[in-house]
Design a protein around this ligand. Structure first.
Ligand code: SAM
Ligand code: SF4
Ligand code: F3S
Length: 487
């Protein structure tokens, strides 16, 4: 048996060093090792943590960083909060509603303290910075408050909170904080992963709380990004989304690498690795980035390009630094360089002083761009932001909601049109797992980020494989296809 285990370990090491091994073989070997190796026995006093993430993808990735830091302290991750000694909420402050949801959740968790007086409850992320005093001192809803740049101090903070009942660190950093931490992929499908390339934001859009909660922009060193991406490929991951509030302003000063050059280098790691990135501020995405996207088949032809409003007057008040015409010209450039590039956007409805004409301008820019995907929000005033200090939040709530419903309905038409345009076409689909509705079907996405389901049929495919799929029908959210026999 010992010899057998030894041989297996050698094979696994060889396979992990090789990029060229077919994925199905790699998966098979990993599966085999799971059955041979004994699980590590649980220590009787081993503590467990439970974590929930709210807000953007960066928070999801930050929770994975937190999991890695806690694992070093021998904490086990649990999916069941009733089992946990430590409950963490990685929070978002972007709109008032997000904060209300988290407050309610904290109250629910606090009720558990009656049965588990030793339970520690902590908040991480953007609310930590904004509401540290209120949540810790006044409402006494949490024992721990840890800001987005302070996760490395979690072990000390946990010790302090255990001893003294509370602990806090919300210091923001001017340097990239976590480049040496290997995130532990929580709830991962084993195929797609997030990699943060920068933190913070210097843009000061007048409505936005992020520059206050996340601090100044800083880029992660090139070498640590390339290493994390290469490691993910070795582990079998096939799609990476590079994350930052403003990815196009990435700049590694030591190697003088900008975002276009970073994209190029990550794309070269392995042709089987697919790349996405988010978010691009329209003012920062350069033609160099667009040409790098065009040049590499493994960079998905999909750009999230938040417009926020179609009215130049409102864009000026939002401090977005572009106007309607400039944004439209950027969209035209994208389509000229990559005619097949999918576009998505964010739109804020009911910003301070928005008139019917301003709103019509937002409707008409949606009409012009016919986005594949759009996230639309009613403006929510955030204390301390430039807009909260300078302008009145004067569009009545019922009007905000009425306009929001109108623009959502318009976008639904566009996204359905965009889906219908795909019928009859064939796409390379990265399989992410079983379809949610039918175990006999695979689910994956094409390079335009559209979900595609198709029957497993008799083909020997696995999660993480690519398949050529011909689309023959669609709903508003899903393309339905079959494996193309003649791709
Ligand atoms: N960095 C991205 C960019 O430049 O567009 C945006 C990141 S922000 C986390 C995500 C979206 O939330 C924004 O694009 C905006 O549409 C929305 N948002 C931000 N602040 C908001 C507010 N005060 N009220 C409503 N929506 C808001
Ligand atoms: Fe907020 Fe603007 Fe920065 Fe995006 S670019 S995070 S909207 S300040
Ligand atoms: Fe929310 Fe902070 Fe992200 S405010 S959207 S979690 S950067």
């Amino acid at each position: 048996m010992t010899v057998l285990i030894f041989c297996f370990c050698i094979v696994v090491l060889v396979v992990r060093k090789s990029n060229t091994f077919p994925l199905y073989f790699y998966t098979m070997i990993l599966h085999a090792t799971h059955t041979v190796l004994e699980p590590t026995p649980l220590l009787a006093d081993q503590k467990k943590f439970y974590i929930e993430s709210y807000g953007c993808q960066m928070n999801v990735n930050d929770s994975e960083i937190v999991a890695s830091i806690l694992k070093e302290q021998h904490f086990l991750h649990t999916q069941n909060y009733e089992d946990a000694n430590l409950i963490l909420l990685n929070t978002c402050s972007i709109r008032e509603k997000a904060e209300t949801t988290i407050r309610n959740r904290l109250k629910q968790f606090n009720a558990l303290k009656k049965q588990h007086p030793d339970l520690l409850i902590g908040i991480l992320g953007c609310m930590a910075e904004r509401l540290k005093g209120t949540l810790l001192e006044q409402e006494k809803l949490v024992d721990l408050v840890v800001g987005p740049d302070a996760y490395k101090s979690l072990p000390q903070l946990i010790a302090t909170a255990t001893e003294h009942g509370k602990a806090i660190n919300v210091l923001l950093s001017r340097e990239e904080t976590y480049s040496d931490v290997s995130p532990i992929r929580l709830n991962s499908n084993g195929v797609t992963a997030f990699v943060s390339i920068m933190r913070g934001c210097n843009n000061m859009c007048s409505f936005c709380v992020v520059p206050f909660t996340r601090g100044r922009e800083r880029s992660r060193p090139l070498a640590s990004i390339l290493k994390e991406c290469a490691d993910l490929v070795q582990e079998g991951y096939r799609e990476i989304t590079l994350l930052g509030q403003n990815v196009d302003s990435y700049f590694d000063a030591d190697t003088k690498t900008n975002f276009a050059q970073l994209l190029h280098q990550v794309a070269l790691i392995n042709p089987l690795l697919r790349l996405r990135f988010s978010t691009s501020h329209p003012k920062d995405i350069t033609e160099e980035v667009l040409y790098v996207m065009q040049q590499h088949d493994n960079i998905c032809k999909y750009i999230h390009l938040p417009v926020q409003s179609g009215s130049s007057r409102i864009l000026d008040m939002m401090n977005r630094t572009y106007d309607r015409e400039w944004y439209i010209a950027k969209v035209n450039t994208i389509k000229k360089i990559m005619s097949n590039c999918a576009l998505s956007t964010d739109m804020i409805i009911g910003f301070c002083s928005e008139t019917d004409e301003d709103f019509d301008a937002s409707m008409s820019i949606m009409e012009y761009c016919k986005y594949d995907l759009a996230y639309m929000y009613a403006y929510s005033e955030r204390p301390g932001t430039l807009a909260a200090r300078q302008y009145a939040d004067d569009v009545p709530e019922p009007i905000k909601q009425e306009r929001l419903q109108k623009i959502i309905a318009l976008h639904r038409q566009h996204s359905l049109e965009r889906m219908q345009e795909q019928v009859g076409k064939t796409f390379s689909v990265l399989i992410e797992g079983d379809s949610k509705k039918n175990q006999d079907e695979w689910q994956g996405r094409n390079e335009h980020n559209k979900v595609i389901v198709f029957p497993k049929s008799h083909y020997q495919l696995q999660k993480g494989d690519y398949a050529m799929v011909q689309v023959h029908a669609c709903t508003s959210g899903t393309l339905i296809g079959t494996i193309a026999t003649n791709p």
